[in-house]
Design a protein around this ligand. Sequence first.
Ligand code: UN1
Length: 512
Amino acid sequence: MPIPNHLLPPKDGDYYSGLWTNGVAAGANGELLEPKSPIDGSATCQLRAASASQVSEAVSNASHAFEHWRTVPPPRRGEFVRLIGELVREHKSQLADLITLEAGKIRAEAEGEIQEWIDVCEFAVGLSRQLHGLSIATERPEHCLIEQWHPLGPVGVISAFNFPAAVWAWNAMIGLVCGDPIIWKPSEQTPLTALACNQMVQLASAKFGVDAPTGLSAVVIGRADVGQALATDRRVPLVSATGSVPMGRAVAELVGARLGRSLLELGGNNGMIVTPSADLDIAVRAITFAAVGTCGQRCTSLRRLFVHTSIANTLIERLTSVYETLPIGDPREPDTLVGPLVGEQALYAMQASLAAAHDQGGTLICGGDRVTSGVPEGGVYVQPAIVRLPVQTPVMHEETFAPLMYMVEYESFDDAIEMHNAVPQGLSSAIFTNDVREAHRFIGPAGSDCGLVGVNIGTSGAEIGAAFGGEKDTGGGRESGSDSWKQYMRRTTCTINYGSELPLAQGIRFGE
Ligand code: UN1
């Protein structure tokens, strides 16, 4: 697959640099990386990683850029993000090519991911005129009490391979209008996408002029120690991390130890309840997209299905017939719906979970085998699997990042909710029902314990306008829309005395 070179920064000899700060390659001196395309296992590029000690340089440049950027009026910062959005629209197709190459996403989903970036640009532009505080009633005469929001400082973003552009964009576009420079540690699996994203910001910077310092956007590509360096640096007041629970825990501990802020979007183990009144036509479509889309490699992918006994066999039959005809293969082909897993490790994890489910009394309903014919050689392709279990067993408490969905029957709605909530993770959830009582119980305080709760939709594919994130082991963070922007700013409570007396709060008299 030819890499669209005009999108990427120049190479340093044979290698791409894994360190970009102040708009230039800054002599990365870490190990040499050769990421493989999930499509066919071929090397996508050679890249010299940044070393942990080089993170400090990117943070210094970002801190310097912050000194100016925080003083630029927010709507003008919005103008900068508008320019980025225009460039992304222009390069949508080529950016999507890079996502397909590096993450193995099918075309429609890769374009959808870039659309998510465009959407969040538009949201951020509007937001740039709405970073509002409050005026609060004060108990003192001739006083004024207001809350303001100010830029926070350089924001560290750690992201995963499966959303190599959008997750950074949620953080970066919002952070930029809030007045914060962004230092990004992307996955080592998807460096070209990250470099191309950074190019868009640099191009926008060049158009925008001096108000947008080049240090506003940095990329530091490297191993876990690079993320640790970012998490440890006191000059980075907020670290937003998306990925596994162990990674998030490590980041939170490092950031917490220095009393910084972390924003975590970690694993999901998402469930759906399908009730007797469900519209099975749309349920089957929603389940299929949520369970097999992105080859089951979204944090919002559907992994646990709780189906009422009265409709379990019908639903399983309908799902099986859809699963049997799923076009699996090269994600570049327009008809493919299921592309590759990211690599061999993902296949082993899926096989291990299938074996554990079998040992725990599960029956394989369909799928689970590696596909070797009709797919590009060198990639890891699998048939999405459904396993039926008599009860929710320990394997169902774990997130397996693959197209593997467990199904358990229920009789009472209370049991379904209890099983649904009985896992450590709490990202996304859904119910299919036409019963208004069930729907409201599920979205109510004693219903789903997740951050994302859907009725008659699947668990994946959230819009950018609302807050995105989840509870429990998912980490509690909220990114993207709604009031998530507040995390990228610091709040000041200002009390202004415009009188000539000095009344103290709480009526205290002090030496009068
Ligand atoms: C992720 O998998 O980390 O809701 C993010 C969704 C996408 C984002 C997924 N908008 O499925």
